[in-house]
Design a protein around this ligand. Structure first.
Ligand SMILES: Cc1cc2nc3c(=O)[nH]c(=O)nc-3n(C[C@H](O)[C@H](O)[C@H](O)COP(=O)(O)O)c2cc1C
Length: 70
């Protein structure tokens, strides 16, 4: 996404799809996995305002659950 931006494009990650169905559709080789899709193009309008961010301790787990040191 940073590389796309560096080339003057905008992008959106998408993981809300059927990974196995897409793998079959694109004939994904056995030794590959799909991590995420990234749509790349030119933004035609400003993105919607984002919601606020949660505090770090609410979203970061260090080492193991129940041992949040942040
Ligand atoms: C890891 C990740 C996965 C995402 N997956 C989806 C997705 O499956 N479908 C979707 O509509 N947006 C997904 N998004 C959000 C889009 O990238 C994009 O921000 C959003 O669709 C923009 O529309 P909005 O401003 O109306 O939210 C994902 C974002 C991230 C960071």
């Amino acid at each position: 996404m940073l590389a796309a931006k560096g080339l003057g494009y905008d992008s959106c990650p998408i993981d809300g799809f059927d990974f196995e169905a897409v793998a079959e559709l694109i004939r994904l080789p056995e030794d590959h996995v799909i991590a995420i899709f990234v749509a790349i193009g030119k933004c035609i309008k400003e993105p919607c305002p984002r919601g606020g961010k949660l505090d770090s301790p609410e979203v970061i787990i260090q080492n193991k659950f129940g041992n949040n040191m942040i």
